[in-house]
Design a protein around this ligand. Sequence first.
Ligand code: G6P
Length: 282
Amino acid sequence: MPSLIEHIDFHGQPALHLVTAAGARAIVSLHGAQVLSWIPPGGEERLYLSPLARFDGSAAIRGGVPVCFPQFAELGPLPRHGFARTISWSLTAERSGKDFALVTLTLSDSDATRALWPYPFWAELGILIEDSRLDLELEVENTGSEALEFTAALHTYLAVREVEQSRLEGLHGYTYHDQVDAGRTRRDSGDVLLIEAETDRIYHDVKRPLLLREYDRSLGVNADGFSDVVVWNPWVERSATIADLPADGFRRMLCVEAAAAHRPVRVDAGESWWGRQTLVAL
Ligand SMILES: O=P(O)(O)OC[C@H]1O[C@H](O)[C@H](O)[C@@H](O)[C@@H]1O
């Protein structure tokens, strides 16, 4: 079967189903330009999507890869994680070849976005599946006449068999803001990061690729352009306050996010910025 891209309805939302000749698949919702599923060849889902996620457009969809833009978390006056994850993007390109499928979604300023954030902009998210890889590239162009600043993230919810048995490698020695300890700055000193409690960290200026190891599979996580890595798991008590996450959902997920958070990105008039996250199933 050749690679193809189908227009589908996913829980009532317009979405795209990407399939490659080698058997990789992804589902992308136009609401939020959000990847909701990624299954590399071999047939195992690698992104976590909450069974309680809401698809009625009233809130961000819990899981997959929400795009946080132009504000990460509560680092500013906008709604948490900005507006890009709660509005509809436009499909501007779709392409498939022997071993890949690629879609491009775009978002630009409107009355609604300017009411929250007064900058003209054009954003594009390219979503590519190829072999065992998922590649997400966010580009932001400043189409206005003065400089703009933003924070952003690809807020990737990785699916894990059991979070306590997962090991994240590659963050050794990096400085992080510990959001569960009043934003204190710390330095990671472990060889691996184990998740055994609520974890919410912004690691600064991460240069290395990361490896998420499980007992029978691994996932490589690489980023370019995004300076930071956010690691988030809400654990038991925090999960209980999140209505669209089941009680044991935190055990099946680990967010490893490509972020530009601790230092805003500045884009001069007419200039653009891009950042990419690549996941490789191993
Ligand atoms: O519940 P949300 O608005 O989707 O945010 C979920 C999480 O996103 C990020 O990972 C932040 O670092 C966390 O502090 C936040 O709780």
